[in-house]
Design a protein around this ligand. Structure first.
Ligand code: GDP
Ligand code: IMO
Ligand code: MG
Length: 422
Protein backbone atom coordinates (compact mmCIF):
# COMPACT_ATOMS: atom_id res chain seq x y z
CA UNK A 1 0.00 0.00 0.00
CA UNK A 2 1.36 3.37 -0.96
CA UNK A 3 1.22 5.66 2.11
CA UNK A 4 4.31 6.48 4.15
CA UNK A 5 3.85 8.60 7.25
CA UNK A 6 6.64 10.93 8.35
CA UNK A 7 6.45 11.76 12.05
CA UNK A 8 8.55 13.89 14.32
CA UNK A 9 9.79 11.37 16.88
CA UNK A 10 10.76 13.90 19.57
CA UNK A 11 9.59 17.44 20.43
CA UNK A 12 9.47 18.81 16.88
CA UNK A 13 12.13 20.42 14.66
CA UNK A 14 13.80 17.08 13.99
CA UNK A 15 14.38 17.95 10.33
CA UNK A 16 11.07 16.72 8.89
CA UNK A 17 11.16 19.39 6.17
CA UNK A 18 14.57 18.26 4.93
CA UNK A 19 13.67 14.56 4.87
CA UNK A 20 10.24 15.09 3.27
CA UNK A 21 11.81 17.26 0.55
CA UNK A 22 14.52 14.70 -0.08
CA UNK A 23 12.07 11.78 -0.25
CA UNK A 24 9.63 13.74 -2.44
CA UNK A 25 11.82 13.11 -5.45
CA UNK A 26 9.99 9.81 -5.90
CA UNK A 27 6.61 10.81 -4.46
CA UNK A 28 3.36 11.79 -6.16
CA UNK A 29 1.57 13.53 -3.28
CA UNK A 30 2.77 15.08 0.00
CA UNK A 31 0.02 15.84 2.52
CA UNK A 32 0.04 17.74 5.81
CA UNK A 33 -2.47 16.22 8.27
CA UNK A 34 -2.47 18.32 11.45
CA UNK A 35 -1.19 21.46 13.14
CA UNK A 36 -0.98 24.78 11.37
CA UNK A 37 1.44 27.63 10.92
CA UNK A 38 2.99 26.76 14.28
CA UNK A 39 5.17 24.43 12.19
CA UNK A 40 8.37 25.68 10.61
CA UNK A 41 9.80 23.14 8.18
CA UNK A 42 13.13 24.08 6.62
CA UNK A 43 14.20 22.94 3.18
CA UNK A 44 17.72 23.79 1.94
CA UNK A 45 18.33 23.62 -1.77
CA UNK A 46 21.90 24.52 -2.64
CA UNK A 47 22.73 27.65 -0.66
CA UNK A 48 19.06 28.71 -0.40
CA UNK A 49 16.96 28.09 2.70
CA UNK A 50 13.16 28.01 2.61
CA UNK A 51 10.91 27.81 5.67
CA UNK A 52 7.43 26.39 5.16
CA UNK A 53 4.64 26.71 7.71
CA UNK A 54 1.53 25.33 5.98
CA UNK A 55 2.51 24.23 2.49
CA UNK A 56 3.86 20.65 2.44
CA UNK A 57 7.61 20.24 1.97
CA UNK A 58 7.16 18.44 -1.37
CA UNK A 59 6.36 21.71 -3.17
CA UNK A 60 9.89 22.10 -4.57
CA UNK A 61 9.51 18.99 -6.74
CA UNK A 62 7.66 19.70 -9.98
CA UNK A 63 6.00 16.28 -10.26
CA UNK A 64 4.67 16.33 -6.69
CA UNK A 65 1.28 17.68 -5.72
CA UNK A 66 0.66 18.96 -2.21
CA UNK A 67 -2.37 18.58 0.02
CA UNK A 68 -3.39 20.45 3.16
CA UNK A 69 -5.75 18.01 4.81
CA UNK A 70 -8.90 18.40 6.89
CA UNK A 71 -6.95 17.98 10.14
CA UNK A 72 -4.87 21.12 9.59
CA UNK A 73 -5.94 24.49 11.00
CA UNK A 74 -5.39 27.15 8.36
CA UNK A 75 -4.69 30.81 8.88
CA UNK A 76 -5.79 32.24 5.51
CA UNK A 77 -3.50 35.25 5.89
CA UNK A 78 -0.45 33.05 6.57
CA UNK A 79 -1.46 30.71 3.73
CA UNK A 80 -1.79 33.47 1.15
CA UNK A 81 1.56 34.95 2.23
CA UNK A 82 3.17 31.55 1.82
CA UNK A 83 1.61 30.96 -1.58
CA UNK A 84 2.91 34.37 -2.69
CA UNK A 85 6.37 33.50 -1.34
CA UNK A 86 6.47 30.21 -3.25
CA UNK A 87 5.30 31.94 -6.43
CA UNK A 88 8.00 34.57 -6.03
CA UNK A 89 10.58 31.76 -6.35
CA UNK A 90 9.15 31.00 -9.79
CA UNK A 91 7.43 27.82 -8.59
CA UNK A 92 4.08 26.97 -10.13
CA UNK A 93 1.47 26.36 -7.46
CA UNK A 94 -1.91 26.36 -9.23
CA UNK A 95 -2.98 22.79 -9.89
CA UNK A 96 -0.31 21.53 -7.47
CA UNK A 97 -1.78 22.58 -4.13
CA UNK A 98 -5.10 21.25 -2.83
CA UNK A 99 -6.71 22.45 0.35
CA UNK A 100 -9.41 20.53 2.18
CA UNK A 101 -12.82 22.18 2.20
CA UNK A 102 -13.23 20.73 5.70
CA UNK A 103 -10.09 22.20 7.28
CA UNK A 104 -10.80 24.67 10.07
CA UNK A 105 -9.66 28.26 9.96
CA UNK A 106 -7.56 30.31 12.33
CA UNK A 107 -9.05 33.73 12.81
CA UNK A 108 -7.48 36.84 14.38
CA UNK A 109 -9.41 36.19 17.60
CA UNK A 110 -7.80 32.76 17.93
CA UNK A 111 -4.36 34.35 17.89
CA UNK A 112 -5.51 37.01 20.34
CA UNK A 113 -6.92 34.39 22.73
CA UNK A 114 -3.80 32.22 22.38
CA UNK A 115 -1.61 35.14 23.45
CA UNK A 116 -3.95 36.24 26.27
CA UNK A 117 -4.09 32.69 27.69
CA UNK A 118 -0.30 32.60 27.70
CA UNK A 119 -0.37 35.44 30.27
CA UNK A 120 -2.22 33.11 32.66
CA UNK A 121 -0.86 30.69 35.25
CA UNK A 122 -0.03 27.70 33.01
CA UNK A 123 2.31 29.05 30.39
CA UNK A 124 2.70 26.47 27.63
CA UNK A 125 5.07 28.63 25.63
CA UNK A 126 2.93 28.36 22.49
CA UNK A 127 3.93 29.79 19.14
CA UNK A 128 1.09 32.32 19.48
CA UNK A 129 -0.35 31.23 16.12
CA UNK A 130 -3.88 30.59 17.48
CA UNK A 131 -3.62 26.81 17.23
CA UNK A 132 -5.24 25.82 20.55
CA UNK A 133 -8.20 28.25 20.33
CA UNK A 134 -8.96 27.16 16.75
CA UNK A 135 -9.04 23.48 17.71
CA UNK A 136 -11.25 24.41 20.71
CA UNK A 137 -13.83 25.84 18.29
CA UNK A 138 -13.53 22.77 16.04
CA UNK A 139 -14.35 20.43 18.91
CA UNK A 140 -17.00 22.82 20.26
CA UNK A 141 -18.57 22.53 16.79
CA UNK A 142 -18.62 26.28 16.32
CA UNK A 143 -15.54 26.53 14.11
CA UNK A 144 -15.38 28.14 10.70
CA UNK A 145 -14.10 25.98 7.87
CA UNK A 146 -12.46 26.61 4.50
CA UNK A 147 -15.76 25.85 2.73
CA UNK A 148 -17.39 28.72 4.66
CA UNK A 149 -14.95 31.17 3.05
CA UNK A 150 -16.53 30.40 -0.31
CA UNK A 151 -19.96 31.74 0.69
CA UNK A 152 -19.88 35.37 1.83
CA UNK A 153 -23.29 35.19 3.53
CA UNK A 154 -22.52 32.03 5.49
CA UNK A 155 -19.14 33.44 6.49
CA UNK A 156 -20.68 36.69 7.78
CA UNK A 157 -23.26 34.75 9.85
CA UNK A 158 -20.69 32.42 11.36
CA UNK A 159 -18.29 35.26 12.12
CA UNK A 160 -21.10 37.15 13.84
CA UNK A 161 -21.94 34.20 16.09
CA UNK A 162 -18.30 33.53 16.90
CA UNK A 163 -17.21 37.10 17.45
CA UNK A 164 -20.20 37.96 19.65
CA UNK A 165 -19.27 35.04 21.86
CA UNK A 166 -15.55 35.85 21.84
CA UNK A 167 -16.26 39.49 22.68
CA UNK A 168 -18.10 38.40 25.82
CA UNK A 169 -15.09 36.35 26.81
CA UNK A 170 -12.63 39.12 25.97
CA UNK A 171 -14.44 41.90 27.82
CA UNK A 172 -15.95 39.99 30.77
CA UNK A 173 -13.30 37.38 31.51
CA UNK A 174 -10.06 38.84 30.23
CA UNK A 175 -10.87 42.56 30.51
CA UNK A 176 -9.55 43.03 27.01
CA UNK A 177 -10.69 45.18 24.08
CA UNK A 178 -13.43 43.74 21.87
CA UNK A 179 -13.02 42.67 18.24
CA UNK A 180 -14.46 44.72 15.39
CA UNK A 181 -16.89 42.33 13.66
CA UNK A 182 -17.44 44.39 10.52
CA UNK A 183 -13.73 44.84 9.91
CA UNK A 184 -13.12 41.10 10.07
CA UNK A 185 -16.12 40.28 7.89
CA UNK A 186 -14.84 42.68 5.26
CA UNK A 187 -11.30 41.41 5.42
CA UNK A 188 -12.16 37.69 5.33
CA UNK A 189 -14.87 37.90 2.66
CA UNK A 190 -12.03 38.86 0.32
CA UNK A 191 -10.52 35.37 0.63
CA UNK A 192 -13.29 33.68 -1.38
CA UNK A 193 -11.78 34.18 -4.80
CA UNK A 194 -8.20 33.85 -3.62
CA UNK A 195 -8.65 30.48 -1.95
CA UNK A 196 -11.25 29.00 -4.31
CA UNK A 197 -8.80 27.63 -6.95
CA UNK A 198 -7.13 25.48 -4.29
CA UNK A 199 -10.17 24.12 -2.44
CA UNK A 200 -11.29 20.55 -2.98
CA UNK A 201 -12.51 17.41 -1.23
CA UNK A 202 -8.99 16.23 -0.41
CA UNK A 203 -10.13 12.96 1.21
CA UNK A 204 -11.79 11.98 -2.08
CA UNK A 205 -8.71 13.19 -4.00
CA UNK A 206 -6.35 11.10 -1.86
CA UNK A 207 -8.51 7.98 -1.92
CA UNK A 208 -8.75 8.26 -5.68
CA UNK A 209 -4.96 8.55 -5.83
CA UNK A 210 -4.69 5.46 -3.62
CA UNK A 211 -6.80 3.51 -6.10
CA UNK A 212 -4.35 4.54 -8.82
CA UNK A 213 -1.45 3.32 -6.64
CA UNK A 214 0.04 6.81 -6.37
CA UNK A 215 2.79 7.23 -3.78
CA UNK A 216 1.71 9.41 -0.87
CA UNK A 217 3.79 10.91 1.95
CA UNK A 218 1.88 12.13 4.99
CA UNK A 219 3.96 14.92 6.54
CA UNK A 220 3.52 15.32 10.26
CA UNK A 221 4.16 18.60 11.99
CA UNK A 222 5.46 18.99 15.57
CA UNK A 223 6.44 15.71 17.25
CA UNK A 224 5.08 12.73 19.17
CA UNK A 225 5.97 14.18 22.56
CA UNK A 226 3.89 17.27 21.74
CA UNK A 227 0.84 15.13 20.87
CA UNK A 228 -2.30 16.21 22.77
CA UNK A 229 -3.04 12.57 23.73
CA UNK A 230 0.40 10.99 23.95
CA UNK A 231 2.72 13.90 24.74
CA UNK A 232 3.72 15.66 27.93
CA UNK A 233 0.26 17.12 28.57
CA UNK A 234 -0.51 19.99 29.16
CA UNK A 235 2.79 21.08 27.59
CA UNK A 236 1.76 19.90 24.14
CA UNK A 237 0.19 21.22 20.98
CA UNK A 238 -3.55 20.81 20.37
CA UNK A 239 -3.46 18.13 17.67
CA UNK A 240 -2.28 14.56 17.01
CA UNK A 241 1.14 14.64 15.31
CA UNK A 242 1.47 10.88 15.99
CA UNK A 243 0.92 8.55 13.05
CA UNK A 244 -2.73 7.84 13.92
CA UNK A 245 -3.47 11.50 13.24
CA UNK A 246 -2.54 11.01 9.57
CA UNK A 247 -5.61 8.86 8.90
CA UNK A 248 -8.14 11.14 10.59
CA UNK A 249 -6.38 14.28 9.39
CA UNK A 250 -6.48 13.19 5.76
CA UNK A 251 -9.45 10.84 5.55
CA UNK A 252 -7.35 7.88 4.42
CA UNK A 253 -7.80 4.39 5.85
CA UNK A 254 -5.21 2.86 8.25
CA UNK A 255 -5.03 -0.10 5.87
CA UNK A 256 -3.43 2.17 3.25
CA UNK A 257 -0.38 2.85 5.40
CA UNK A 258 2.75 0.93 4.46
CA UNK A 259 5.43 2.52 6.57
CA UNK A 260 6.02 5.01 9.38
CA UNK A 261 9.35 6.83 9.33
CA UNK A 262 10.27 8.59 12.55
CA UNK A 263 12.54 11.60 12.22
CA UNK A 264 14.86 11.87 15.20
CA UNK A 265 17.71 14.23 15.91
CA UNK A 266 20.98 12.63 16.97
CA UNK A 267 20.55 14.68 20.18
CA UNK A 268 17.36 16.45 21.30
CA UNK A 269 15.72 19.86 21.47
CA UNK A 270 12.50 21.34 22.76
CA UNK A 271 10.94 24.80 22.30
CA UNK A 272 8.43 26.10 24.81
CA UNK A 273 7.81 24.90 28.34
CA UNK A 274 7.39 21.46 29.85
CA UNK A 275 9.49 18.63 31.25
CA UNK A 276 12.63 17.65 29.35
CA UNK A 277 14.70 15.12 31.32
CA UNK A 278 17.87 15.16 29.18
CA UNK A 279 18.04 18.96 28.88
CA UNK A 280 21.53 20.40 29.40
CA UNK A 281 21.72 23.71 31.25
CA UNK A 282 25.48 23.96 30.87
CA UNK A 283 28.04 24.90 28.22
CA UNK A 284 27.47 21.57 26.41
CA UNK A 285 23.82 22.56 25.87
CA UNK A 286 24.96 25.96 24.60
CA UNK A 287 27.42 24.25 22.28
CA UNK A 288 24.63 22.08 20.81
CA UNK A 289 22.50 25.21 20.29
CA UNK A 290 25.35 27.06 18.62
CA UNK A 291 26.56 24.25 16.37
CA UNK A 292 23.04 23.07 15.49
CA UNK A 293 21.72 26.64 14.97
CA UNK A 294 18.95 25.69 17.33
CA UNK A 295 16.62 28.65 17.05
CA UNK A 296 12.93 28.21 16.18
CA UNK A 297 12.09 28.37 12.47
CA UNK A 298 8.71 29.96 13.31
CA UNK A 299 9.32 32.15 16.35
CA UNK A 300 13.12 32.49 16.41
CA UNK A 301 13.14 31.40 20.06
CA UNK A 302 16.31 29.61 21.27
CA UNK A 303 15.60 25.88 21.48
CA UNK A 304 16.37 24.04 24.68
CA UNK A 305 19.05 21.42 23.93
CA UNK A 306 20.16 18.11 25.42
CA UNK A 307 21.39 14.60 24.70
CA UNK A 308 19.39 11.95 22.88
CA UNK A 309 16.70 10.55 25.16
CA UNK A 310 16.25 6.86 24.39
CA UNK A 311 13.44 6.41 26.93
CA UNK A 312 11.41 9.05 25.13
CA UNK A 313 12.40 7.77 21.68
CA UNK A 314 11.36 4.20 22.49
CA UNK A 315 8.00 5.49 23.70
CA UNK A 316 7.64 7.46 20.48
CA UNK A 317 8.48 4.37 18.42
CA UNK A 318 5.75 2.52 20.32
CA UNK A 319 2.92 5.05 19.97
CA UNK A 320 3.72 5.79 16.32
CA UNK A 321 4.57 2.27 15.16
CA UNK A 322 7.81 3.61 13.69
CA UNK A 323 9.40 1.02 11.37
CA UNK A 324 12.40 3.09 10.35
CA UNK A 325 14.28 6.07 11.74
CA UNK A 326 15.82 8.96 9.83
CA UNK A 327 18.59 10.18 12.14
CA UNK A 328 19.29 13.86 11.53
CA UNK A 329 21.89 16.46 12.46
CA UNK A 330 24.54 13.86 13.22
CA UNK A 331 27.19 16.30 11.94
CA UNK A 332 26.35 18.65 14.83
CA UNK A 333 28.10 16.15 17.13
CA UNK A 334 31.35 16.18 15.09
CA UNK A 335 33.44 18.15 17.57
CA UNK A 336 32.32 16.62 20.87
CA UNK A 337 34.87 14.57 22.91
CA UNK A 338 32.05 12.61 24.49
CA UNK A 339 28.48 11.98 23.45
CA UNK A 340 25.81 10.74 25.84
CA UNK A 341 22.56 8.85 25.45
CA UNK A 342 19.95 8.83 28.20
CA UNK A 343 19.01 5.17 28.56
CA UNK A 344 16.85 5.27 31.69
CA UNK A 345 15.39 7.62 34.28
CA UNK A 346 15.88 7.55 38.01
CA UNK A 347 13.11 8.64 40.33
CA UNK A 348 13.12 8.30 44.13
CA UNK A 349 16.08 5.92 43.87
CA UNK A 350 14.23 3.66 41.45
CA UNK A 351 15.17 3.04 37.82
CA UNK A 352 12.44 3.78 35.31
CA UNK A 353 12.79 2.30 31.83
CA UNK A 354 9.43 3.37 30.45
CA UNK A 355 8.46 6.94 29.62
CA UNK A 356 5.98 8.41 32.12
CA UNK A 357 3.66 10.87 30.37
CA UNK A 358 2.40 12.48 33.55
CA UNK A 359 4.36 15.67 34.02
CA UNK A 360 4.37 15.30 37.81
CA UNK A 361 6.65 12.26 37.49
CA UNK A 362 8.52 13.46 34.42
CA UNK A 363 9.47 16.74 36.07
CA UNK A 364 11.26 14.85 38.82
CA UNK A 365 13.14 12.17 36.93
CA UNK A 366 16.91 12.22 36.64
CA UNK A 367 18.49 11.00 33.41
CA UNK A 368 20.80 7.97 33.49
CA UNK A 369 23.43 8.26 30.77
CA UNK A 370 25.69 5.98 28.79
CA UNK A 371 28.75 7.76 27.43
CA UNK A 372 30.32 7.22 24.01
CA UNK A 373 33.55 8.49 22.53
CA UNK A 374 33.14 11.25 19.95
CA UNK A 375 34.52 10.80 16.41
CA UNK A 376 36.07 14.28 16.17
CA UNK A 377 35.91 14.41 12.39
CA UNK A 378 33.88 16.40 9.89
CA UNK A 379 31.28 14.00 8.48
CA UNK A 380 29.18 16.56 6.55
CA UNK A 381 30.64 15.51 3.18
CA UNK A 382 30.18 11.74 3.62
CA UNK A 383 27.87 10.10 1.08
CA UNK A 384 27.98 6.46 2.17
CA UNK A 385 27.64 4.69 5.48
CA UNK A 386 30.99 2.97 5.06
CA UNK A 387 32.72 6.37 4.71
CA UNK A 388 31.70 7.32 8.25
CA UNK A 389 34.30 7.10 11.06
CA UNK A 390 34.15 3.94 13.15
CA UNK A 391 32.87 5.80 16.22
CA UNK A 392 30.05 7.39 14.18
CA UNK A 393 28.96 4.00 12.86
CA UNK A 394 29.09 2.71 16.42
CA UNK A 395 26.87 5.55 17.64
CA UNK A 396 24.31 4.83 14.89
CA UNK A 397 24.37 1.10 15.55
CA UNK A 398 24.01 1.68 19.29
CA UNK A 399 20.86 3.73 18.69
CA UNK A 400 19.51 0.96 16.46
CA UNK A 401 20.22 -1.63 19.11
CA UNK A 402 18.76 0.38 21.99
CA UNK A 403 15.67 1.36 20.02
CA UNK A 404 15.20 -1.95 18.21
CA UNK A 405 14.59 0.06 15.04
CA UNK A 406 16.51 0.35 11.79
CA UNK A 407 18.08 3.71 10.92
CA UNK A 408 17.50 3.84 7.18
CA UNK A 409 18.49 7.47 6.58
CA UNK A 410 21.37 9.41 8.16
CA UNK A 411 21.45 13.17 7.67
CA UNK A 412 24.84 14.88 7.92
CA UNK A 413 23.90 18.40 6.85
CA UNK A 414 20.95 20.60 5.95
CA UNK A 415 21.25 20.17 2.18
CA UNK A 416 19.57 17.45 0.09
CA UNK A 417 22.90 15.94 -0.93
CA UNK A 418 24.04 15.65 2.69
CA UNK A 419 22.06 12.47 3.22
CA UNK A 420 23.12 8.85 3.52
CA UNK A 421 20.46 6.33 2.54
CA UNK A 422 21.27 2.83 3.76
P1 GDP B 1 11.31 20.46 11.14
O1 GDP B 1 10.37 21.37 11.84
O2 GDP B 1 11.30 19.07 11.70
O3 GDP B 1 11.15 20.46 9.65
O4 GDP B 1 12.77 21.01 11.45
P2 GDP B 1 13.23 22.57 11.39
O5 GDP B 1 13.31 22.98 9.98
O6 GDP B 1 12.41 23.38 12.30
O7 GDP B 1 14.65 22.47 12.07
C1 GDP B 1 15.67 21.68 11.56
C2 GDP B 1 16.89 22.57 11.26
O8 GDP B 1 18.03 21.77 11.07
C3 GDP B 1 16.75 23.36 9.96
O9 GDP B 1 17.44 24.56 10.10
C4 GDP B 1 17.42 22.46 8.94
O10 GDP B 1 17.91 23.18 7.82
C5 GDP B 1 18.53 21.87 9.75
N1 GDP B 1 18.93 20.50 9.39
C6 GDP B 1 18.17 19.47 8.99
N2 GDP B 1 18.91 18.33 8.88
C7 GDP B 1 20.17 18.68 9.23
C8 GDP B 1 21.40 17.95 9.36
O11 GDP B 1 21.48 16.75 9.15
N3 GDP B 1 22.49 18.66 9.79
C9 GDP B 1 22.45 19.98 10.06
N4 GDP B 1 23.57 20.58 10.46
N5 GDP B 1 21.31 20.70 9.94
C10 GDP B 1 20.20 20.05 9.55
P1 IMO C 1 7.57 21.74 13.71
O1 IMO C 1 6.51 21.17 12.80
C1 IMO C 1 8.69 22.56 17.84
C2 IMO C 1 5.47 23.76 20.54
C3 IMO C 1 5.45 25.18 21.09
C4 IMO C 1 4.83 24.92 22.44
C5 IMO C 1 3.78 23.85 22.13
C6 IMO C 1 2.38 24.39 21.90
O2 IMO C 1 8.38 22.83 13.10
O3 IMO C 1 8.38 20.65 14.32
P2 IMO C 1 1.25 25.67 19.88
O4 IMO C 1 1.59 26.97 19.22
O5 IMO C 1 1.30 24.50 18.96
O6 IMO C 1 -0.02 25.72 20.66
O7 IMO C 1 2.41 25.45 20.99
O8 IMO C 1 4.24 23.20 20.96
N1 IMO C 1 5.52 23.67 19.06
C7 IMO C 1 6.60 23.28 18.38
N2 IMO C 1 7.83 22.96 18.79
N3 IMO C 1 8.37 22.45 16.54
C8 IMO C 1 7.12 22.72 16.11
O9 IMO C 1 6.71 22.48 14.85
C9 IMO C 1 6.18 23.21 17.04
N4 IMO C 1 4.89 23.60 16.96
C10 IMO C 1 4.49 23.85 18.21
O10 IMO C 1 6.76 25.70 21.20
O11 IMO C 1 5.76 24.35 23.31
MG1 MG D 1 10.36 23.22 12.80
Amino acid sequence: MPVTIIVGAQWGDEGKGKIVDMLSDEIDIVARYQGGANAGHTVCIGEKEYVLHLIPSGIFHKQTTCVIGNGVVIDPVALMDEIAMIKSFGIKIEGRLFISHNAHLIMPYHKLLDNIREQGTTKIGTTGRGIGPSYIDKYMRTGIRVVDLLDRKVLAEKLKQNIEEKNQLLSKVYGSAEIDLEKIIQEYQEFDKKIDPFVTDTAAYLNNALKKKKKILAEGAQGALLDVDHGTYPFVTSSNPTSGGACTGLGIPPTSVKKVIGIAKAYSTRVGNGPYPSELHDSTGEQLRKLGHEYGATTGRPRRCGWLDMVALKYSIMVNGINEIALTKLDVLDTFDEIKICTAYKVNGKILKNFPTDVQTLEHVEPVYQTYKGWKENISDRKKFKQLPKQTAKYIETIEKLSGTKISIVSVGARRDQTIVR
